[in-house]
Design a protein around this ligand. Structure first.
Ligand code: VHF
Length: 462
């Protein structure tokens, strides 16, 4: 056995509906579930901490009520999830119980963890359960989830869970053994992609359209999104088959042996040749992972509005030295109504990235509707992101030119330090003038904890 084999890891395992119930009969797939349970218990014996993110509530509910197809209505799905979730967890308790492994049910909605305190409570509970040697079984709280507060699919939920507990691995177990260039069931030329280092590059290489099942909500596209969230938080993400869950041992061992051999090669020591590669796709974790507050802001919060920045600010925020903090000088407008402390989208105008040079000219007279953008504030000549203030006087404002959603591009997210009306007032100003305009200045920044996900075009990134 390799010495690294038992290095304790924190592992999130996601099991989709297609691995839990039969697609047509909705009978529970007992042999798959038993193998998963056995594997989880064996991983625990090696010292790993395991969280299971399990779908299947609706599928089990369909079987219980003898309903042939997933209902179209939200209430219908919610009712079936309420019926199925209890039975699902009872089934897990039965299977894990035979191996004397305690479990816990954790049901989450995005709404729950959009509140920082509740988010931290969820993190604390999960960590406490793990340190008690329990296997938490997480699902979306479907009964109360509505579209605005839904994770939408359990791939995303598992990625957010893995980020919450700083997992080492996220395994997305599904009915295929990895990501392919095309649907392997239909196209004999489909090739498995073994290693993904760039999610954006991979999107152009794979066809993701046909790989969802009729019961679940995910498919390959949601797995790629999940991989993007998890790897961004430093979590190695693996797609592999749920039919042989014990393959997770070999995959962990394989990756450990690769890193051991790389280290040995670097120090010219002897090393053993890594094992034969088990079938899977691995998404490599970011070398500069986003942790805690930034990951929370970026992935768990629904933004309440938008802050429009100029091209100069976009360039500055894309550099690590900016610390993810935006000065009022780089703001050209706001969109929607948001309070201080809420998450906001950071957007640039789609036109041509010329916002840095354009003089702002209007102030919204009322909260802009979420779909319209009001370019905010007074007629004085203000600086661009250089932060120079040419006149300290705030003059009367002119009507708002409006931009639609199509006129802006989201480039990142952050937490607003002031509300939308205040940011409108101080837009373009040097931070030394915030107290004069607002009557106070708790922060010299208007938005903090910003993660830029879309950097400026290379020609702009001087
Ligand atoms: N929360 C739902 C599952 C939603 C979902 O994402 O399903 P899947 O695409 O099979 O992972 C349930 O338990 O039925």
């Amino acid at each position: 056995m390799s010495p690294t084999r038992t290095t304790p890891c924190t592992i999130v395992i996601k099991l989709g509906t297609s691995s839990i119930v039969h697609e047509e009969t909705h009978q529970p797939l007992l042999s798959t579930l038993s193998s998963v349970v056995e594997t989880v218990v064996n991983l625990r014996k090696q010292g790993h901490k395991i969280v299971l993110v399990s779908s299947g509530a609706i599928g089990v509910g369909l079987k219980r009520m003898n309903v042939a197809r997933k209902p179209k209505s939200l209430a219908g799905k919610q009712a079936l999830a309420a019926i199925g979730q209890g039975r699902l967890i009872a089934l897990y308790d039965e299977l894990f119980g035979h191996l004397e492994q305690p479990i816990a049910q954790v049901l989450l909605t995005r709404g729950d963890i959009s509140d920082r305190t509740r988010y931290l409570n969820a993190v604390n509970t999960l960590n406490e359960l793990l340190s008690m040697g329990v296997v938490p079984i997480v699902n979306e709280n479907d009964t109360i989830s509505v579209s605005e507060i839904k994770f939408g699919d359990n791939d995303t939920l598992s990625a957010i869970t893995s980020s919450m507990i700083h997992a080492d691995y996220l395994f997305l177990l599904t009915d295929v053994d990895g990501l392919y260039t095309a649907n392997p069931r239909k196209d004999p030329n489909a090739k498995q992609i073994e290693v993904v280092t760039s999610i954006s590059a991979i999107r152009s290489q794979v066809s993701t359209t046909t790989l969802g099942s009729s019961l679940g909500t995910g498919g390959m596209e949601t797995k790629i999104i999940a991989a993007e969230i998890a790897t961004g938080a430093g979590v190695t993400t693996v797609i592999t088959s749920s039919k042989r869950p014990e393959i997770m041992f070999t995959i962990i061992e394989y990756h450990n042996s690769l890193s051991v051999s790389t280290l040995a090669a670097e120090s010219s020591e002897e090393f053993t040749i890594p094992l034969i590669r088990p079938p899977h796709t691995v998404f490599m974790p970011s070398l500069t992972p986003m942790r805690d507050l930034k990951a929370w802001t970026s992935h768990t919060l629904f933004p309440a509005g938008s802050v429009v920045i100029d091209a100069g600010a976009h360039r500055v925020l894309s550099r690590r030295e900016s610390g993810g903090r935006l000065l009022a000088a780089g703001v050209v407008g706001v969109m929607g109504a948001f309070a201080s402390g809420q998450a906001v989208r950071i957007v640039v105008r789609a036109s041509d990235g010329d916002s840095a040079t354009e003089t702002p000219s209007a102030q919204p007279s009322r909260p802009a509707s979420p779909r319209r953008l009001s370019i905010a504030i007074g007629t004085l000549s203000r600086s661009s992101s250089s932060g120079n203030l040419e006149s300290p006087d705030i003059e009367a404002v002119s009507p708002s030119p409006q931009l639609g959603e199509d006129d802006v591009i989201e480039v990142g997210r952050g937490l607003a330090m002031y509300n939308y009306a205040q940011i409108s007032k101080i837009r373009g100003l040097n931070s030394s003038h915030l107290a004069q305009v607002l009557g106070y200045a708790d922060s010299e920044y208007v938005v903090e904890n910003i993660t830029i996900r879309v950097p400026p075009r290379p020609t702009e990134a001087k």
